[in-house]
Ligand binder design. Structure first.
Ligand SMILES: *[C@@H]1O[C@H](CO)[C@@H](O)[C@H](O)[C@H]1NC(C)=O
Ligand SMILES: *[C@@H]1O[C@H](CO)[C@@H](O)[C@H](O)[C@H]1NC(C)=O
Ligand SMILES: *[C@@H]1O[C@H](CO)[C@@H](O)[C@H](O)[C@H]1NC(C)=O
Ligand SMILES: *[C@@H]1O[C@H](CO)[C@@H](O)[C@H](O)[C@H]1NC(C)=O
Ligand SMILES: *[C@@H]1O[C@H](CO)[C@@H](O)[C@H](O)[C@H]1NC(C)=O
Length: 864
């Protein structure tokens, strides 16, 4: 019963405070709605008339000066009345003012600058439970006289911010059997002597809040035990200027009284840091509480510098000890002696620098130690070794560099070492939940160390510097890892060095993987194989532009790909999902994107983020146009193809047979065939067609290659195509060794060459990829595609370069994803054919064709 009373009244209090704000926000309604009369801020000087069946009546912030027996009509159903914060100098409550409101439960008269109560002001309020009288300039007479005589069920009284100087409640309080919370915060009470609280005897007070009163003013010793005979749950004495001597006097004076909780926060015990005037508490300070069976002691916020030996030795029932926000720098040997029942120790926000083997000695039942926000740099190896029951250890925001103490740590549920200075993890850790966020870890291989232990289920390695990976030992097949957060690291550097591509392969239980903000430009094709349980994957804020089909595991349901550089992803990748975020990418709105656009329009997958942020960036006309506003009418080749398919099948079968015979002939004699073909063609059509329109450009083509490849290029290409090498050749080529102006800036030369040539032919070899100038030239030539809508770039790959090696260079990747490139033939007999193809490509004018290549794009917005 008591617990629920406490809960509900505290809740009332909180909802009142919140309610106050809401009222201000939605004020000035001045009417009744849903049986609630809202008359705040209505400039009323008298109680307005309201329907007889209202439940709540709000009259705060008006100009009412007096309430008397005739003010209110009979309101049988009213349960809550608020009459606070009148803008008048005073509010007088006359005798019998509330007799017409027999059922109110909550009465709020708070924040009236001066509240004047007639002796029978509260007559008739026999059902009232909550009375709010804070900030009313009331003095002690409100408790000492018989104003409260009419209450029977009163539970909660808030008298904070008044001028009460004594606590000697009238004897009528002994019949207020339900009174359990009395708030007297911020008054002027300086002493309470034995006998003052006689009328509270036999009561079960849940909370008596005496914080921030004037107890510091009283120099004399306490006059007996004022709390004798009262059973307390919580006594709050925060901010009362208790130094160690006063604390000792107080504890001695309440000897024998039981408390569950004593709150002494904001005390002035201890010298703080750098002072010597007030002393730290000692063994004797709390000795008076030996028989109080105290469970919770709050000493947070103060100046304690040193925890002296046997300080809490008499508090053997203590379960929770709060010492946060002091200046604790020293924990003496046996400081915690006698606390064998303690489970909760909060030492956060102090200035501890070291933890010794003896520091926590004797805390045999402790489950939680909070050491966050200290200056801990060193922890002795055995510091936590005897704490067999330890479950949660908070060490975040310190200066820890090494964690040898992990070796002697008993099994612990949670260890938080975030925001420290860890550089390496060498020891396995017995825990379930490990948080290493914001350290200086470099080696992703540490994950192998961590996963040596079966119990590990959650690992947070976010915001480290993971950029290398030395795999030491194997990740055990039956690891239990469920959650792995690797966000804000440098995984791209690891993967582009071909390291640890298979780091996730054995994490078969993993459900959530965060890889956001890792500068990832690509995903190794099998990176996620083995993640058979993975449900949620976050790849947000990377640099991904292309995704291999099948790269994601089959059970994936939530995928975040927002803030990447995806150009034209295929919707097949997303079919297993339930939630998907692809906002803020770089979609190219051409026909290739139509399958995605169609899919987005009809999918059941929940699309996260605002769909206005899923937009095109190219072509310019569609820059930032959301995908949902784009129709794909011009791109329905798929549907046209359908009826054709069957006839195509028959045709194909016949053609195939024919083709195979031809292939056999061709593979054997293709060089010969080509020469034959050329002869025939040159007879039939006059070769003049190949003649180049030289009017616009100085050169037909600029040949871009790495300097080291010059010999080869000259022999294989230039000699066969350039007219200066041989008069039969018809092209006027441009290349560095001959045509660049010596002394001119290299980049200018390159730009001029590209500008003055109809086409740019890039000879991509291993050397080319290593040459920064070449990549620049490639990039520049490609940019003409976007700026002039001209496709001037021809890419010729020479030598054994894999698709993957090419994809590592973003300009090349962009090209490869959009256009075809040529490969230098391996078989010599194909060279003539190849050169012919290249010549055609050089000659062919390739505008970026809007009609048939890009979408017939329409913005719905402009249509409607
Ligand atoms: C306390 O308040 C009452 C009523 O407001 C007043 O009559 C009385 O004089 C006050 N007592 C003191 C000591 O100020
Ligand atoms: C503080 O006082 C103690 C004894 O009174 C003395 O030994 C010590 O040197 C003092 N320390 C400082 C910093 O003044
Ligand atoms: C320890 O106390 C601090 C300050 O009151 C608080 O923020 C923190 O949550 C507490 N720690 C735990 C584990 O409750
Ligand atoms: C992915 O990580 C980003 C932070 O990088 C976060 O804002 C986003 O909410 C995460 N996505 C999901 C689906 O949790
Ligand atoms: C979407 O959900 C409906 C009803 O649950 C289902 O009938 C339909 O097939 C689903 N569509 C897709 C594309 O999954």
């Amino acid at each position: 019963m008591n617990k629920s009373v406490k809960g509900s009244t505290v809740l009332h209090y909180v909802t009142f405070l919140l309610g106050g704000w809401l009222i201000i926000a939605t004020a000035k309604r001045c009417r009744t709605e849903n049986r609630t009369a809202q008359f705040c801020f209505c400039n009323l000087t008298q109680i307005p008339s309201v329907p007889g069946d209202i439940l709540e009546f709000f009259l705060n912030f008006n100009l009412i000066m007096e309430v008397n027996a005739t003010s209110f009509p009979r309101l049988e159903t009213l349960v809550k009345l608020e009459l606070g914060s009148q803008y008048t100098k005073y509010l007088i409550i006359r005798n019998d003012a509330f007799v017409n409101l027999p059922n109110i439960i909550t009465l709020d008269l708070a924040s009236n600058e001066m509240l004047i109560l007639d002796p029978h002001a509260f007559a008739g309020l026999s059902n009232l439970r909550n009375l709010l009288l804070y900030y009313n300039s009331l003095n002690e007479s409100v408790l000492e006289e018989d104003y409260f005589q009419h209450f029977l069920l009163l539970e909660f009284v808030d008298l904070s911010y008044n001028h009460i100087r004594r606590l000697r409640p009238h004897s009528l309080f002994s019949s207020l059997h339900f009174l359990s919370i009395l708030i007297l915060k911020i008054n002027r009470i300086a002493t309470i002597c034995e006998g003052d609280l006689r009328s509270f005897q036999g009561k079960n007070i849940i909370i008596l809040d005496l914080s921030v009163n004037w107890f510091y003013k009283n120099d004399s010793h306490y006059c007996g035990n004022p709390f004798r005979g009262i059973v307390f749950d919580t006594l709050i004495l925060q901010g009362n200027g208790f130094n160690s001597d006063k604390m000792q006097d107080f504890c001695n004076s309440v000897k024998g009284t039981s408390f569950v909780q004593l709150k002494f926060g904001s005390h002035i015990m201890g010298p703080g840091f750098g002072y010597n005037n007030t002393r730290d508490p000692v063994k004797e300070t709390f000795a008076g509480l030996a028989e109080s069976s105290l469970k919770i002691l709050d000493l947070s916020v103060g100046g304690i510098f040193s925890l002296n030996p046997h300080l809490f030795t008499n508090l053997s029932d203590l379960v929770i000890l709060l010492l946060s926000s002091n200046k604790i720098n020293q924990i003496q040997k046996e400081a915690f002696a006698g606390l064998q029942n303690l489970t909760h120790l909060n030492l956060s926000h102090n200035i501890l620098g070291e933890i010794y083997d003896y520091t926590f000695e004797g805390l045999s039942n402790v489950k939680m130690i909070d050491l966050q926000q200290n200056h801990i740099g060193s922890i002795q190896n055995q510091a936590f070794s005897g704490l067999e029951k330890l479950e949660n250890l908070y060490l975040q925001d310190n200066a820890i560099k090494t964690v040898y103490f992990f070796q002697s740590l008993p099994f612990t549920f949670l260890i938080n070492v975030s925001e420290n200075k860890l550089e390496d993890l060498k020891d396995p850790i017995n825990a379930t939940f490990l948080d290493f966020r914001a350290n200086r870890l470099k080696d992703l291989g540490n994950l192998h160390q961590i996963l040596q232990v079966q119990s590990v289920q959650y690992v947070i390695l976010k915001q480290n510097r993971l950029s290398t990976c030395t795999a030491m030992g194997n990740i055990s097949e039956d690891n239990q890892l469920l959650y792995l957060d690797l966000a804000e690291n440098l995984l791209q550097i690891i993967w582009e060095s071909n390291l640890c591509w298979d780091i996730f392969s054995k994490l078969s239980k993993l459900q959530t993987l965060n890889l956001d903000q890792n500068h990832l430009k690509f995903l190794p094709q099998h990176a996620f194989h083995g993640l058979t349980s993975l449900q949620k994957l976050n790849l947000s804020s990377n640099l991904l532009s292309y995704l291999f089909p099948g790269v994601f595991p089959g059970n994936l349901t939530i995928l975040d790909l927002s803030k990447n550089q995806l150009l034209s992803p295929s919707p097949e990748i997303f079919t297993s999902l339930i939630q998907l975020d692809i906002t803020h990418n770089m979609f190219i709105c051409s026909c290739e994107l139509s399958s995605l656009i169609l899919w987005l329009n009809q999918t059941n997958v929940t699309l996260l983020g605002s769909q206005n942020d899923t937009y095109c960036v190219f072509p310019d006309a569609f820059f930032r146009v959301p995908l949902y506003q784009i129709t794909v009418d011009g791109c329905d080749e798929d549907t046209i193809l359908k009826p054709l398919r069957f006839s195509l099948f028959i045709l194909n079968t016949v053609a195939l047979a024919l083709f195979i015979t031809l292939v056999v002939i061709y593979t054997r004699f293709r060089g010969f065939c080509f020469i034959l073909y050329k002869r025939v063609i040159s007879i039939i059509i006059d070769d003049q067609k190949l003649d180049v329109d030289a009017s616009a450009c100085k050169y037909d083509a600029y040949v871009c290659y790495s300097g080291t490849d010059f010999e080869w290029v000259q022999n294989a290409l230039l000699k066969k195509l350039d007219s200066q090498y041989c008069s039969k050749n018809r092209f006027n080529l441009c290349f560095e060794e001959r045509d660049f102006i010596p002394g001119e800036d290299h980049i200018n030369n390159v730009c001029d060459a590209i500008r003055n040539s109809k086409k740019t032919v890039c000879i991509v070899t291993k050397q080319f990829l290593k040459d920064g100038w070449c990549i620049e030239a490639f990039n520049f030539a490609q940019s003409r595609y976007f700026t002039e809508l001209k496709n001037v770039l021809i890419m010729v790959v020479v030598g054994p370069l894999s698709q993957y090696q090419l994809m590592r260079y973003s300009p090349i990747r962009t090209f490869v994803q959009r256009r075809q490139y040529l490969r230098w033939p391996e078989d010599l007999q194909d060279v003539n054919w190849f050169l012919n193809r290249l010549s055609h490509k050089i000659v062919k004018e390739e505008k970026v064709r809007r009609k048939d290549d890009s979408l017939q794009l329409q913005t719905i917005a402009t249509v409607s």
